[in-house]
Design a protein around this ligand. Structure first.
Ligand code: FES
Length: 148
């Protein structure tokens, strides 16, 4: 938790520091670990439940670590019209996780995101930095192979 200590030391611990601290924690760890939120509560004097309340209000914060392959499905207007909901459903069924979650082996995580900038090729998704355009539900098993 050395990284966390360094983050907290750069703030005074005021209530208005909470969101920037949450952003820094997520920047360092890729998500908001439970024990980091506990330390943030001690540091600011704001209860853990209030901190959770603040963090859950903003879609940018995650409470589970990302998988090795982070799958982002665009749910922007063009992709939504072209069936991004079916893509998310197919991935959830295939990986047996819900949107926002990570598989137990940490291989995959799934996130619905806003426009990723390839609307003319909708529906689109990204697996880490790679864009998959005109994605179809029947491609999911091949795109996201699972260890047997
Ligand atoms: S709406 Fe999906 S890429 Fe723009």
């Amino acid at each position: 938790m050395q990284k966390l200590r360094e983050i907290l030391e750069s703030y005074q611990g005021k209530r208005e520091d909470i969101i920037p601290i949450l952003q820094d924690i997520q920047g360092k760890y890729g998500y908001l670990p439970e024990n980091a939120l506990r330390e943030l509560s001690k540091f600011t004097g704001v209860s853990e439940s209030q901190i959770y309340g603040i963090a859950t209000f903003y879609a940018q914060f995650r409470f589970t670590p990302k998988g090795k392959k982070h799958v982002m499905v665009c749910t922007g207007t063009a992709c939504h019209v072209k069936g991004s909901d079916q893509i998310i459903d197919a991935i959830q069924r295939h990986l047996k996780i819900k949107e926002g979650d990570t598989t137990p082996d940490n291989e995959y995580s799934l996130e619905a995101v806003g426009c990723i900038g390839c609307c003319s090729l909708a529906p689109c998704a990204m697996i880490n930095e790679k864009v998959i355009s005109r994605i179809k539900p029947r491609q999911i098993k091949r795109l996201l192979p699972q260890k047997s």
